[in-house]
Design a protein around this ligand. Sequence first.
Ligand code: ADP
Length: 635
Amino acid sequence: MTEHATKQSTHRFDAEVNQLLKLMINALYSNREIFLRELISNASDASDKLRFEALTDESLKGLDNELAIDISFDPEAHTLTITDHGIGMSEAEVIENLGTIAKSGTRQFLDSLSGDAKQDANLIGQFGVGFYSAFIVADEVVVETRRAGSEPDQGVRWTSKGEGEYLLEPISKPTHGTTIVLHVSKDHQDLLAQWQLQRIIRHYSNHIAFPIRLAVPAEDGDKDKADGDGVKTEVVNEAKALWARPKSEIQEEEYKAFYSALANDPQGPLSWAHHQVEGTQSYSLLLYLPKQAPFDLLMNRDAVEGLKLYIQRVFIMDAAEQLLPRYLRFMRGVVDSSDLPLNVSREILQDSPLLNKIRATVIKRSLDLIEKITKEGGEDWEKFYEAFGTILKEGVIEDFEQRERVASLLRFDSTHSDEVAGFDAYIERMAEDQDAIWYLTAENAQVAKNSPHLEAFKSKGIEVLLLTDRIDEWVVSHLSKYKDKELKSVTTGGLDDKQAKKPSKAAKKLAERIKKALGDQVGEVNATHQMTDSAARVVNDEHGMSIQMQKFMRQAGQPVPESTPGLEINPDHALVQVIEAEGDGDRFNALARLLFDQALLAEGGELADPAAYVRDVNTLLVNALKPADSETDSS
Ligand code: ADP
């Protein structure tokens, strides 16, 4: 390689690159081997890109014939060299890709570095900061690259010691693609050995679909196969698309290793499904259910990574957007179609009937996997549900077609037992004359279990599902029925109990007096015998918004429609009886307000005027606790 021009320039790294480099070298020191995985993965991506661009760009035809990745090492010169014959980079691309951190995820990565090296190593691949991991083992890195299709004198050399700046110089490079030379630092010389490199490549990169050729010193008898320097190359990895191999020949370990490479997740998958479909449409589908959620999964609803689309073994694009609904965005895998045209674009994919069919299968197979793990229960299911349950629930809201199927996979706390329950188990336990599935939404299980709304149900032995996840409110608002059984909130006061004792005339009269005292803050006030322990409860009309929902909306900064809840009082309760004995007047009004405010509080609701509540309670306490002959008003 001869120098074409002498124009050199020094550039400073983006401030974030500096910060990242320091953090990474510390955090990942004990996980140093991942640098090779990252560089091989970049070489593989660059090879994929060239093959893809060569499909449509005449000038690149034929350049994608030899897409191997070459690795060599020199213990004397202390170097490790990784060469690909992929797309390469122009000067502008080098500056953009190796001098700055363009990806938005990187900021999050920096913020999320925990100092727990192991976990950081898991995170690193998810953020596209892979290249810089070379500095874990190298004190200088030299990148020589040329964009495929450009002239030989358009090459670029990038050199850096990873300390604030890098050097750029134009070079002449006879071949397109990228060569990265690592000057391996003193502490890591042990990496420069055949067995080490073989081991690391097989461990992390066995399923890279291009051959990874390691140059090794030829043994004596092999000299004829070797080149002039006594070096021969050996292909170290499997180099075959796993999903295209016959299922019967694939070992479990291979499926797991492929997942880890694909998803950058050393934890391995929870389960997987591999389908090879032949017929009017031919495609392979390899789907994985991960064990753990990448940490931005909940927030990042538009994640496009996850499912990779191949056409006849050629990587086309990350196509999670086209192939996965959002509520399954945690799935990982590969789709390889034999029928789609190789030069397909995102626009064409958007409404391709072929792809829509594949998408429907992806959804069905994903739900099959989830259903299987749900049926098996146990630790695997718990892990799955903890990591992805909330996301899965979005399916009830979003996917009209699969609504009931997704709903069947959900589990909730229940008044019936300490175990979580699904709708099907609930229906199985229902009494014959029970016509609805009853639920209560609340902020947490504690609030739910003590709710006054449950008393009537408890005393009649009717099971109530306790929905304590934020999204549950939305789920039930989209699920009015499950298998012909209506879903009803216990807060609507709708338990139609024909045997219940009718309220007395006196109780009805008290309800009227309370309504008068409270005025417009309350809707209807009724006396019923549904509660056993509480004095009163707030009820919503069937279509009104629950107190929970109102709270969420307020927290989310959304306007909450005005609504006035009703009040139900329990004439058997001592407090209600004391209030009844009180004549009309300020004290009666204060007691009525107190009853209402307490019902709101028990619901986890917010009081319109908390200070007034405290004042009322204090006045009552003072009057109740001090000697009977010195009655005053403390307010
Ligand atoms: P990521 O690969 O996750 O995007 P990296 O830091 O590893 O993040 O690489 C940054 C960018 O540099 C890549 O997206 C790619 O555009 C470019 N790049 C890195 N290695 C190569 C290579 N061998 N050939 C071509 N481009 C490369």
